[in-house]
Ligand binder design. Structure first.
Ligand SMILES: [Ca+2]
Length: 293
């Protein structure tokens, strides 16, 4: 089910009918699933976002600065990793992987791709974004309304904490957690208890930019990749007001990786080299890219 379930949820938003979600939740793979995916594919670029043109083209027409990229290195990535969260700190890559029965938190050697440590979640949890807060790692779950708090050094789970939203992406700006839920909203939460301090709506020219997914906060800007957009792009958000400061056009980065639900998802920042590490669900490489403005 997985991606079709997500699609059903989004379809439920577009056509306010919970039926899609329930049907997909309970059915085996089959014609109906393919039908739901087909309809969703048809609808996504227009109905779900209310746009009648691809997002990159829309942003270009609205004068949002377009940044290009240069690949400076690439590294092996576990092809079974359904990447939902990525961060790089102290020379170590931390990765959160999703799907029911396959979710995990990993510590990974970037250069070799070797999984140095892997914490498997209970089968009922679908892991989502991760961030570092103090000496801890916070990991969201998609629909379980809980987040896990781990010791960063040992990856020992310290806490299972109620989380009031659907969990997608998460990052930390030095004071607040910034979280996405698949919509155009970013919320700012107190890391100690998830109290909502404020929220912003990401929009350009009155058009909401939704499907915000994996996040990375870097030097006063929030980088977000857009889920399932058929365009590999990252939007650069002004956390003060939700305006767009630019977008990174990753077209051509990994054409060979594409297929089904294996979409771009995963942004980490290496502050030493000031480069980004990006990957996707079940991609075979992690790419180190330099953003060129
Ligand atoms: Ca990230």
């Amino acid at each position: 089910m997985k991606v079709s379930h997500r699609i059903a949820v989004l379809l439920g938003r577009v056509f306010p009918v919970k039926l899609y979600s329930n049907v997909v939740r309970n059915m085996k793979k089959g014609i109906l699933e393919l039908l739901v995916i087909g309809v969703a594919v048809f609808c996504f670029s227009s109905l779900a976002s209310g746009m009648d043109e691809p997002l990159g083209s829309f942003l270009r027409h609205n004068g949002v600065p377009r940044y290009s990229y240069r690949v400076v290195a690439s590294y092996p990535h576990d092809r079974s990793a359904f990447t939902q969260g990525l961060l790089f700190e102290g020379g170590i890559l931390y990765e959160s992987t999703g799907l029911y029965g396959e979710s995990s938190l990993r510590r990974v050697d970037l250069e070799t791709g070797e999984i140095l440590q892997k914490i498997d979640l209970e089968d009922e949890y679908f892991a989502e974004g991760i961030t570092v807060w103090e000496d801890k790692i916070i990991q969201l779950t998609w629909e379980s309304r809980v987040a896990f708090v781990y010791d960063k050094k040992t990856l020992k789970r310290l806490e299972t904490r109620p989380y009031p939203y659907e969990g997608w992406g998460i990052t930390f700006d030095g004071e607040n957690l910034i979280v996405s839920d698949g919509s155009e909203t970013l919320r700012f939460l107190d890391p100690a208890d998830f109290t909502e301090k404020r929220k912003i709506t990401v929009e350009v020219g009155g058009q909401k930019i939704d499907r915000l997914n994996e996040l990375e906060y870097v030097a006063g800007k929030v980088y977000a990749n857009i889920w399932y957009g058929y365009e590999d792009l990252i939007v650069v958000i002004d956390p003060r007001n939700g305006g767009l400061l630019g977008w990174i056009d990753l077209t051509g980065l990994a054409e060979q990786e594409k297929g089904g639900e294996n979409v771009l998802n995963g942004i980490a920042f290496d502050s030493w080299t000031r480069t980004f590490l990006v990957t996707g669900k079940r991609w075979h490489r992690i790419y180190r890219v330099k953003i060129e403005e």
